[in-house]
Write a protein that binds this ligand. Structure first.
Ligand code: PEP
Ligand code: MG
Length: 324
C-alpha cells in the first residue's frame, strides 16, 4: 500500500486552494521509527511513551529511558518528535505500579493526574528526556490536561528538571517546547492566558470525542453512535481553532480521525493545519488533500450546519462524488 503513494511521498500536502497541511505520524515503539522515512511523515506528532513502559515487567531505570529516548531522537534524524509523558490509567495499567480499582477508570486517576499526584515517574521521565536531547531541540507534551493549573504545575516540573540539569552542568536542550493535549472539553474553555502560555496544543480526538458525546470509546454499544463529522463536534473543533488563532498557539490533531481521509479533510477545512496519524494513513490522507479545495468544502460544511443536518457526512460525500 505504501508503494501506491510513493510518487507523492516527498510532496508537501498542499490543497487546491493553497493551504499547506503538515502531516506527521504517531509512534510509540522503536519499531515504528523506520516508518518516518517510508511514509513521508514530517516528524512524530505523538510519541506515546507509555508503550515502552507497558511492554516491560518492571519499572525502567532512568538510564534505560535516556538510552531509549536517545535512540528515538537519533532515528528521527533531526525531524521533530513530540514526546508525550506517561499516559497511564484508564485502559492502560502498568502491572508493576499500584493501581486502585476505580468505578469509572476513563474518568479516573490517569495520565497527568497521576503524574502530578505521584511525581516520581514524571520527574524521572523529564530528566531522561532532557538528557537524551543532549543539546538538541526537545518537545514535551502532557496528556489529559483538564485545567490551566494542571498545565502550570506540570510545566513547573519541567522547569525544575531544567534547573537540576543546569546545576549538574549537563547540556540543555537547544530549544524547549512544552505543550498540552486537549482531551477534555473543559480545556477548550480555559482562560485565554492558558492559550498564551502553552507552547502548543494537540487535540487528542479519541478522548475528546468520548467526553464530548459522553460515549465510551471502548464500548462497542456506543462507540460508533456519534459521527466525528457531527456538526456539534466540528463546531467545537472550530471554536478551539479560533481560540488558538487569537494567541497564535500552534494546534494539531492527533486522534485516529486524523488518519481517516474524509475526516482529515474536514478537520483541515475547519482550520486544522497539522494532523498526526498512523504512518500508513499519511499516503491516503495526502492523496485526498492534494485534490481538495478547503474553501469549497468549508462552504459545504457550513451549509449543512445551516440546514440543521446532524452530520455533514452525506453532504461531503455527495460533494466528493460530484468531483469524481
Ligand atoms: C487521543 O485521545 O486522541 C490520543 C491521541 O491519545 P490516546 O489515544 O493515546 O488516548
Ligand atoms: Mg488520549
Amino acid at each position: 500500500a505504501q508503494e501506491r503513494y510513493a510518487s507523492i511521498r516527498e510532496k508537501p500536502a498542499v490543497t487546491v486552494d493553497g493551504h499547506t497541511i503538515s502531516l506527521v505520524m504517531n509512534a510509540g515503539l522503536m519499531a515504528d521509527l523506520p516508518s518516518l522515512e517510508h511514509s513521508g511523515a514530517e516528524g512524530v506528532g505523538l510519541f506515546r511513551t507509555e508503550l515502552q513502559f507497558l511492554i516491560r515487567s518492571q519499572m525502567p531505570k532512568r538510564s534505560e529511558l535516556v538510552a531509549q529516548y536517545t535512540r528515538v531522537m537519533d532515528a528521527a534524524k533531526g525531524k521533530p518528535v513530540v514526546f508525550r509523558t506517561l499516559d497511564i490509567g484508564s485502559d492502560k495499567v502498568l502491572p508493576y505500579m499500584k493501581h486502585l480499582a476505580e468505578p469509572n477508570p476513563a474518568l479516573g486517576w490517569r495520565a497527568i493526574r497521576v503524574g502530578l499526584d505521584k511525581p516520581g515517574v514524571l520527574r524521572m521521565q523529564l530528566q531522561a528526556l532532557i538528557r537524551a536531547s543532549n543539546g538538541r531541540p526537545l518537545t514535551i507534551m502532557f496528556p489529559f490536561v483538564a485545567q490551566f493549573e494542571e498545565y502550570r504545575a506540570a510545566r513547573a516540573e519541567v522547569d525544575k528538571a531544567i534547573a537540576r540539569e543546569t546545576r549538574l552542568g549537563h547540556p540543555l536542550p537547544e530549544t524547549l517546547k512544552v505543550g498540552a493535549m486537549l482531551e477534555t472539553p473543559s480545556l477548550a474553555f480555559a482562560p485565554q492566558k492558558f492559550f498564551e502560555e502553552v507552547d502548543f496544543i494537540s487535540i487528542g480526538g479519541n478522548d475528546l470525542k468520548q467526553f464530548f458525546f459522553a460515549a465510551d470509546r471502548e464500548n462497542e454499544l456506543v462507540r460508533r453512535r456519534y459521527d466525528t463529522l457531527n456538526v456539534s463536534f466540528l463546531s467545537f473543533i472550530e471554536r478551539i481553532v479560533e481560540r488558538c488563532a487569537i494567541s497564535d498557539t500552534p494546534l494539531s490533531f492527533c486522534g485516529e480521525d486524523a488518519g481517516r481521509p474524509v475526516e482529515a479533510m474536514c478537520l483541515a477545512a475547519m482550520g486544522m493545519r497539522t494532523l498526526s496519524m498512523r504512518p500508513a494513513s499519511i499516503g491516503p490522507v495526502k492523496s485526498l488533500l492534494l485534490r481538495a479545495d478547503l474553501g469549497e468544502l468549508r462552504k459545504i460544511i457550513l451549509n449543512a450546519r445551516h440546514r440543521g443536518a446532524q452530520s455533514v457526512r452525506p453532504s461531503v460525500m455527495e460533494w466528493l462524488r460530484q468531483q469524481a
